[in-house]
Design a protein around this ligand. Structure first.
Ligand SMILES: [Zn+2]
Ligand SMILES: [Zn+2]
Length: 927
């Protein structure tokens, strides 16, 4: 191990994020800070990273996930908890297969051309390259996850977990194989789960088709959006309470085009208000029809091949593509006079969420999980509070979904994924489910067994992710110590896809909840609230954003002001202001370093003994501004700790930002500059500057890890270098902490900010008297500055001021020199109360919350020049008012101009009249 990267002793003038990010990440990695120690005396904090799909580069959504999780784990690590953040990647079955198939297509090849073995080899090569790429992007973003435990869903461990979970469910009768209507993608040629269907609104048609009665005159008309499917009809159904069709139930009709007898049946599932109230029943191609058929024992006639061309059951239409078949069937129905009418019909149709092909509902033999019993346990875990969902409003959505859950189709007709661990016996036809490859059929002992060709839905393996990554089904140290995990952090859009399934599978496999808290973040939108998409061209690439603004600025922009479950709008403006914040912090720190360096030099040569003894005697802050900054800092520590506990990271970031920017930089540092420049013998502000800086850096570290480490390390070098008086005072803060001592660092400071203790709230530091007095001082300075701007007083001009401070007098008087310098007032008189009302003509009176400021006009403005300026301005304004008035009285204008132009002119007049009033009153003050 080598030591920490060097920080320059001459602190760089400009903040250049590109120069500091990689060196600190490498240092943290090398020191092993990301890998927790198992310490049975402490409760660990554990986050399992949602594994990004191996399909490509990380996008901004991943950057947000990384940032939020990194904030949590860095915070808990600083609090001294053994912290594990476990990274991984998902093989993303269908998505990856589609992508690699597209690559092959460029060379004019299909997966069948190269065969299963060669195809899988190609995907594996592609996936491992992609994983390296993805992991380096996480690292670029500063993710402090434990790379020694990095997992891939297809790794041997997680794969064995998948087989084990499958076999256990199978043996319990919770996995079955059956013929059901599933969502079939004719392009991917696989079944999809309900969650993988994307519904799109399209304008289709409703075709009214006549079914002639078989044994008498007459017909019944049924409406359909997919007329080609009538080739697979096995009945026509009506509602049993529908009077119109009462007499027809039980009769037969002739199926058009096929000329086959099928019955008219009555079933409650038919909606009498849809179309004609009669429904054609195509059990092999529609989920409702499938259920109707089960109730009435109707046969299933599948009329399509897997690629959605028609099969031999379609008679004369065999081998036609589904839409070609539709056109031909419609034409034939027309010819035979069986097509009553066609109506336009807008409806929503399922599409494959991977390749956008229109799906074909289709009866197919697939593997299913009987989810009801699993869902019941998962509902209970949330109802009883074992698992908390943040924000709370998603709890209801979770219950609604869980209570209406349908069986989960888990088989996919793909090559890329976990093979279903079931072997079919060629001799007895029965099935053997087994974790390891069996040698023979468990029923008849035949060795003529063949493994099921299908693979499992990707979400099956990700459903086990919280425990399979920790070693389940083995009883490992990791599983015993880190499971159940603490927080599952992810986007609300995959609450059902993933979170719900992890809860079901975690409970089923381990008998324990997989995590205590579900934290759902919102989705990213652009500056104007639009969804980000390549089509709109408003996508922000995280790599480009970080090279332009720095990783810390990107992370901060993704966090500040956000709240759980709410979408956030991210644009250049947020990135820029985060970058400005980093600059501001850098510059403030640079000032403090210059002061430390100058002080060290001065002390060593001149006043070591004097100041050192004085510093030692100081017990806590004495001066108002020191008391104030310590009080405000502790208030911040308390607020931020509570907010972090509450998962309100966006608000925590905002408060840290406000404190550093306004209270620390704009006020305390400005006061400190005056004190450091002064020759008076008074306590130095350096201990407070350093303490506030160090604690602020620690609070900010989880959000902006790189800049805080760079500044903290540079500060540490200064604290440990050289002999100077405030050193003891500064180190006192450090030594107060047991953990720092326990680290046995002879320099009493940890090696990195990421293992430095998180600041703790010191109630004794809260000082409301100081807060009230400083508020008044700040208000006084601000109000004088505003008055100066309003009356265009040159910035270098000193003006006279009187301040009436009432009860705050004893606290405000010592602040006179700051008010003087920062408001540029001289002479400044601070009194308790004024004797009589000041003459308005002679002075400007500013009435504030806690004080009053009187600024005599004399000396503030050159009365003659100011009067002249105001008169000129008044004349100009009057001339413009006359102009607008003329226009508004012009009939030609009033009749011709559009109303919004007229309104605009009226608005202009209003503004000008207001301005005139203001000028008049300012003029009267000068009279
Ligand atoms: Zn598809
Ligand atoms: Zn057998």
């Amino acid at each position: 191990m080598t030591g920490a990267p060097s920080v320059k002793s001459e602190f760089p003038k400009a903040y250049e994020p590109g120069k500091i990010e990689k060196k600190w990440y490498d240092f943290w990695l090398e020191q092993g800070y990301f890998t927790p120690e198992i310490d049975p005396s402490k409760r660990p904090f554990v986050v399992i990273m949602p594994p990004p799909n191996v399909t490509g580069e990380l996008h901004l959504g991943h950057a947000m996930t990384d940032t939020l999780e990194d904030i949590m784990v860095r915070w808990h690590r600083m609090k001294g908890e053994p912290t594990l953040w476990l990274p991984g990647t998902d093989h993303a079955g269908i998505a990856t297969q589609v992508l690699v198939e597209q690559e092959l297509a460029k060379q004019g090849l299909t997966k069948n051309d190269i065969g299963r073995k060669e195809f899988l080899k190609t995907i594996w090569e592609w996936a491992s390259k992609s994983r390296t790429n993805i992991n380096s992007q996480h690292q670029m973003l500063g993710a402090s996850c434990d790379w020694t435990r990095d997992c891939f869903t297809l790794d041997e461990g997680p794969s064995r977990a998948v087989r084990t979970a499958f076999v256990r469910l199978y043996n319990k009768g919770l996995i079955y194989r059956g013929e059901r209507i599933i969502n079939w993608c004719p392009r991917c040629q696989t079944a999809l789960s309900d969650l993988e269907v994307e519904y799109k609104s399209i304008i289709g048609h409703l075709y009214y088709v006549r079914y002639l009665l078989a044994d008498e005159e007459g017909f019944i008309t049924a409406a359909t959006t997919r007329p080609e499917t009538l080739l697979g009809d096995t009945a026509v159904a009506v509602n049993p309470r529908d009077r119109r069709y009462e007499n027809l139930v039980g009769r037969d009709v002739i199926l058009p085009l096929v000329n086959k007898r099928i019955p008219i049946i009555a079933d409650d599932a038919v909606d009498p208000s849809f179309g004609t109230g009669a429904l054609k029943i195509t059990p092999a191609h529609d989920p409702t029809d499938f259920e109707v058929a089960e109730r009435h024992n109707l046969p299933l006639v599948n009329i399509m091949n897997p690629d959605a061309t028609m099969n031999e059951n379609a008679g004369p239409y065999v081998s036609l593509e589904r839409f070609v078949c539709r056109d031909k069937a419609v034409a034939d129905l027309k010819d035979k006079g069986l097509l009553e009418k066609i109506e336009p019909y807008p409806h929503s149709v399922g599409h494959c969420n991977r390749c956008q092909t229109m799906l074909e509902p289709r009866a197919s033999r697939q593997w299913f999980i009987h989810t009801r019993p699993l869902a019941e346990a998962a509902i209970k875990a949330v109802k009883e509070g074992d698992i908390t969902i943040v924000p709370e409003r998603f709890t209801k959505i979770y219950f609604d979904w869980m209570e209406n859950i349908r069986d989960w189709c888990i088989s996919r007709q793909l090559w890329w994924g976990h093979r279903i661990p079931v072997w079919h016996c060629q001799d007895c036809g029965r099935l053997t489910a087994s974790v390891d490859e069996p040698l023979a059929c468990e029923h008849c002992g035949s060795n003529q067994i063949v493994q099921d060709a299908d693979v499992l839905d990707t979400w099956f393996s990700s459903g086990l992710w919280t425990h399979s990554t920790l070693g389940w089904p083995d009883d490992t140290d990791d599983l015993r110590y880190f499971y159940p995990t603490s927080v599952m952090e992810t986007g609300y859009d995959i609450l059902f896809f993933w979170v719900a399934r992890m809860i079901m599978m975690g409970l089923e496999d381990t008998n324990e909840i997989p995590f205590h808290t579900v934290y759902l973040h919102g989705l990213l939108r652009d500056e104007s609230g639009e969804k980000m998409s390549k089509l709109r061209g408003n996508v922000i690439n995280p790599t480009e954003a970080t090279s332009e603004y720095g990783v810390d600025a990107l992370r901060f922009a993704l966090t500040i002001g956000s709240s759980p479950g709410n979408d956030i709008n991210l644009g250049k403006g947020r990135l820029k202001s985060s970058r400005n914040f980093a600059n501001k912090l850098w510059n403030a720190t640079r000032f403090i370093f210059q002061s430390i360096d100058a002080n060290a030099l001065r002390s060593r040569t001149l006043q070591v003994d004097v100041i050192a003894s004085e510093a030692k005697q100081t017990q806590g802050p004495q001066r108002l501004e020191d008391r104030w900054i310590c009080s405000q800092l502790n208030r911040l520590i308390s607020n931020v700790s509570n907010l972090m506990e509450d998962f309100q990271f966006g608000e925590a970031a905002r408060q840290i930002y406000d404190f550093i920017w306004a209270e620390f930089c704009d006020w305390y540092i400005e006061f400190a500059k005056i004190r450091l420049r002064s020759n008076e013998d008074e306590p130095s502000p350096l201990p407070y500057l350093v303490n506030t800086l160090e604690k602020s850096l620690c609070l900010l570290h989880p959000f902006m890890p790189f800049i805080t480490e760079e500044l903290w390390q540079s500060l540490k070098v200064r604290l440990l270098r050289g002999v100077y008086p405030e050193r003891d005072e500064i180190l006192r803060y450090a030594q107060n902490d047991r953990r720092r001592r326990a680290r046995n660092d002879n320099l009493a400071l940890p090696a990195s900010i990421m293992i430095a203790p998180y600041p703790t709230f010191d109630e004794k530091a809260i000082d409301s008297e100081a807060a009230q007095a400083m508020d008044a001082v700040i208000e006084i300075i601000r109000s004088i500055r505003n008055a100066r701007t309003q009356h265009k007083v040159k910035s270098n001009k000193w003006i006279e001021a009187q301040v009436y401070a009432d009860v705050l007098l004893p606290n405000i008087t010592p602040q006179a020199k700051y008010i003087e310098t920062l408001a540029r007032v001289r002479p400044l008189v601070i009194l308790k109360r004024r004797e009589r009302r000041p003459d308005k003509a002679k002075a400007l009176v500013l009435v504030l919350k806690q004080a009053e400021v009187v600024l005599p006009w004399a000396g503030m403005v050159d009365r003659l020049a100011e009067k002249e300026r105001l008169i000129k301005e008044k004349e100009l304004t009057q001339a413009r008012i006359a102009q607008v008035n003329t226009r508004l009285r012009d009939n030609a204008f009033l009749t011709k101009a559009p109303s919004h132009i007229i309104e605009k002119e009226k608005g202009k007049l209003h503004t000008l009249e207001d301005k005139l009033e203001r000028l008049k009153s300012e003029l009267s003050q000068l009279d």
